[in-house]
Design a protein around this ligand. Structure first.
Ligand code: HEM
Length: 601
C-alpha cells in the first residue's frame, strides 16, 4: 500500500478524513507492532480448569490459543523497531531533565482546557491504571543520578543531585531490555477488580456478586489511608536530596478515588439487575457476568464519550462511534459478512466482530505509556462546590492535600455528590508548554521536609531510560513528517523560542513530551497533539480488536441479553445518575458527561 501523509488531515471532508484515518491505522499496523518476546520465549500456560466464559483475574485465557497473552506480568511490546529501543546512555541526562521541567514545563499561570471537565482528567488516569503500570518498586540496585542545574534553588539547601531508581527490567543478550506490566494488559477494569487473586479476594463481599463497600456506601479504606480497590499502587522514588533515601509516594488522588467509587457502585447495581433476572444464580455467576457488563460499559464510555470530548471534532465523533457500533444501521447489520477485514470492522463495528491481531500478540507498548504523560491536566487547587447551587464551599485543596492519603479527606470530608459535581463543572489544565503544575515538581515526602520529587523531570527521564524515541524520531517512525527546524514544531513563536532556549537548533534532541506539549497546529478541538494521536489511532482500536470479550464473545450467550441492553442503553451520564442520583440532572445538562456541566442558576 502506498501511504501518503496528509499533515492537516482534519481539514478533509468528513468521509475522506475517515478513510484516511482507516488507511493510517492499516499503515501503523504494518509498521509499528514489534513483539518483545522472541519465538519460544513466551510463557506457556493452559486453560484447564478455568472458566473461559468469564474474564480471569490475572488476564489469562482471554486468548484461547495463547492463554498467557495480555496477562499480568507480561512484557510491554514496542510500537517502534526493537533496535530503536536501547535506552539512552550518553545522552540520558542531556539536556538536563530538571532544566526542561523548570524552564519549559512549569506552570506560571493556570491555563484551563475549557472544552472538558476535570472528570476527563481523572478518567484517563483511571483508564491507564487498567491498562498498564511499570510498578512502584523500581530497582534499588540501579540508580539514575544527574546534577541539578547551577541556578537550581534546591542547591541552597545543599542538594546537588537528583537520584532515582531505574525501572525494573529484564536484560537480554544482543537486544534491548524489556519491561513488564504489573497489571493485566486487557481492558478489563482490573484497576477495580485487581490483577491478582489475593488482592481480588479482599475486594469481594461474596454475596450476590457484589464488591465490598463500607457502611457509608463508599469504598473501605486500608491502614495506609488509601481505598481498598484493585489498583492503588504506591510509587516509590529514591531521591538523595540531603541523603534522603527511599522517598515513597504514590499517585492516588481524589479524582481516582471518585472514579473507583463510581464504578464499584455501578458494578453492584449491575449485580442487582442480574439477580432480578436470574434469581437462581450464585455469587460467582452474578460476579462474572457483572464484571463483563461493567467492563464493556466502561470501555464504551471511553470510546464514544471520553475520546470525542478530548478530541472534539466531527471526524472523531463519527470515527469512534464507527469503532464501537459500525456504520451500518441495525437493520442492515444482519447482511452476511462478505467484506474484507477492514471494511467489515467499519460496517459492523469492532464490537462483536472477528478478533484481529495484525500478526502480533496483544500487549500495550512502551510508546503508548509515554503518550499519556498528562500531568499538566492537574489543577493546582480544587475548591469543592455545592451541587445544588454551584456555590463554592469553604473546602479548597492543593495538590499535596488532594493527593495521596489526602484523597480521603476530599472524598469523605465533603458530600460525595459535591465532589463529583465539582469535577463535572471545573476544567483541568491544558496540555501545553508552561502548564505543568509546580507542586508536581516539589512533592514532599510525608514527614521529610526536604524530600522532593520533580515529576516533570521524571517524565522526561523515564522516556529516555526506556528507549522511547525523542519527538522527531518518534514522528519519523510513526509515518509523520519530521520537523526540519524548531519552527516546524509549533506555530506559536513563544513555544518555539522556549524550545530553542533549551535545545538550540538541534531539533532531533527535543524530548517527546516537550515536542508534544509544544506542537501546533492541532486538529480542531484536540486537547493533545497530532503526534500523540498517531499512536492513539493504533492503540485505541487494537485493545478492542484483540479481546475475545469485545469480539467473538460479545454475545447474549456470554453477557446475557439484559446485560447487552444495559451496555447499549447507558452512557456515563446514566452511570452518574444511577450511582449518585442527586447528580442526574447536572450530568444530563450536557450532551457528553466529560464536557463542563451547566451550573444550576
Ligand atoms: C495527583 C495526581 C498524580 C500523581 C501524584 C502522579 C504521580 C505519578 C508518579 C509518582 C509516577 C511514577 C513516576 C516514575 O516513573 O517514577 C507517575 C507516572 C505516570 N503518571 Fe502520574 N500522577 C498523577 C496524575 C496523573 C494523571 C492525571 C495522569 C493522566 C493520564 C497520569 C499519567 C501517568 C503516566 C502515564 C505515568 C507513567 C506510568 C508508567 O510508567 O507505567 N498521572 N505519576
Amino acid at each position: 500500500m502506498v501511504y501518503i501523509i496528509i499533515p492537516n488531515w482534519w481539514t478533509l471532508p468528513l468521509y475522506i478524513a475517515l478513510i484516511y484515518l482507516g488507511a493510517t491505522r492499516t499503515q501503523l499496523e504494518a509498521n509499528n507492532l514489534y513483539d518483545t518476546y522472541v519465538p519460544g520465549e513466551f510463557p506457556v500456560s493452559t486453560c484447564d480448569g478455568i472458566n473461559t466464559a468469564a474474564r480471569t483475574i490475572n488476564g489469562v485465557c482471554n486468548d484461547l490459543d495463547t492463554p498467557g497473552m495480555g496477562s499480568v506480568g507480561t512484557r510491554f511490546i514496542r510500537f517502534v523497531p526493537i533496535n530503536e529501543t536501547w535506552g539512552e546512555t550518553d545522552t540520558l541526562y542531556t539536556p538536563n531533565p530538571r532544566t526542561i521541567s523548570q524552564e519549559l514545563f512549569k506552570r506560571q499561570t493556570f491555563t484551563p482546557a475549557t472544552s472538558i471537565n476535570l472528570l476527563a482528567a481523572a478518567w484517563i488516569q483511571f483508564q491507564t491504571h487498567d491498562w498498564f503500570s511499570h510498578g512502584a518498586v523500581n530497582d534499588p540496585d540501579n540508580l539514575m543520578s544527574f546534577e541539578l542545574p547551577a541556578n537550581d534553588p534546591l542547591r541552597a539547601s545543599g542538594q546537588t543531585n537528583m537520584t532515582l531508581r531505574r525501572t525494573l527490567k529484564e536484560t537480554h543478550v544482543g537486544r534491548p531490555a524489556t519491561y513488564n506490566n504489573i497489571n493485566t494488559h486487557w481492558w478489563d477494569l482490573s484497576q477495580v477488580y485487581g490483577s491478582d487473586e489475593a488482592r481480588h479476594a479482599t475486594l469481594r463481599s461474596y454475596v450476590d456478586g457484589k464488591m465490598k463497600v463500607a457502611d457509608d456506601g463508599l469504598l473501605p479504606v486500608g491502614p495506609n489511608g488509601l481505598d481498598i480497590t484493585g489498583f492503588n499502587d504506591n510509587w516509590y522514588l529514591v531521591c538523595d536530596m540531603l541523603n534522603e533515601i527511599n522517598l515513597m509516594l504514590h499517585n492516588r488522588w481524589a479524582g481516582l478515588s471518585m472514579l473507583h467509587n463510581i464504578w464499584t457502585k455501578e458494578h453492584n447495581l449491575v449485580c442487582d439487575m442480574l439477580k432480578a433476572n436470574n434469581p437462581t444464580w450464585n455469587d460467582t455467576q452474578i460476579f462474572d457476568h457483572a464484571r463483563l457488563i461493567t467492563t464493556a460499559l466502561n470501555a464504551k464510555v471511553h470510546t464514544v464519550e471520553w475520546t470525542p470530548a478530548l478530541l472534539q471534532d466531527e471526524i472523531l465523533e463519527v470515527g469512534m462511534n464507527v469503532n464501537w457500533n459500525g456504520l451500518a444501521p441495525e437493520w442492515l447489520k444482519d447482511i452476511p459478512d462478505i467484506f474484507t477485514e477492514q471494511v467489515a470492522q467499519a460496517w459492523y463495528g469492532i464490537i462483536g466482530g472477528k478478533p484481529d491481531f495484525a500478526g502480533v500478540q496483544f500487549a500495550h507498548s512502551e510508546e503508548f505509556v509515554s503518550i499519556y504523560r498528562f500531568h499538566s491536566l492537574l489543577r493546582d487547587n480544587i475548591t469543592i462546590r455545592n451541587h445544588v447551587d454551584g456555590s463554592n464551599t469553604a473546602n479548597t485543596y492543593n495538590i499535596s492535600e488532594y493527593a495521596f492519603t489526602g484523597a480521603q479527606n476530599v472524598i469523605r470530608g465533603n458530600n460525595f455528590s459535591d465532589v463529583v459535581f465539582t469535577f463535572g463543572v471545573d476544567n483541568p489544565g491544558a496540555l501545553i508548554l508552561g502548564n505543568y503544575p509546580a507542586q508536581m515538581m516539589s512533592l514532599n515526602k510525608p514527614g521529610a521536609p526536604n524530600g522532593l520529587m520533580d515529576m516533570g523531570a521524571i517524565d522526561v527521564l523515564r522516556d529516555r531510560e526506556r528507549g522511547v524515541p525523542r519527538y522527531n524520531e518518534f514522528r519519523r517512525l510513526f509515518s509523520l513528517t519530521p520537523a526540519k527546524t524548531m519552527d516546524d514544531i509549533s506555530d506559536n513563536k513563544d513555544s518555539v523560542a522556549a524550545l530553542r532556549a533549551i535545545y538550540g537548533d538541534d531539533v532531533e534532541s527535543v524530548d517527546l513530551l516537550a515536542g508534544d506539549l509544544a506542537e501546533s497546529p492541532r486538529a480542531t478541538g484536540f486537547a493533545f497533539s497530532n503526534t500523540q494521536f498517531q499512536a492513539f489511532i493504533l492503540a485505541a482500536s487494537r485493545r478492542l480488536m484483540t479481546d475475545r470479550f469485545f469480539t467473538t464473545d460479545y454475545t447474549a450467550a456470554v453477557y446475557t441479553q439484559p446485560g447487552l441492553d444495559w451496555i447499549k442503553n447507558s452512557d456515563f451520564r446514566a452511570v452518574i445518575g444511577r450511582t449518585v442520583p442527586e447528580l442526574n440532572a447536572s450530568a444530563h445538562s450536557v450532551d457528553n458527561a466529560f464536557k463542563p456541566w451547566v451550573v444550576p442558576s
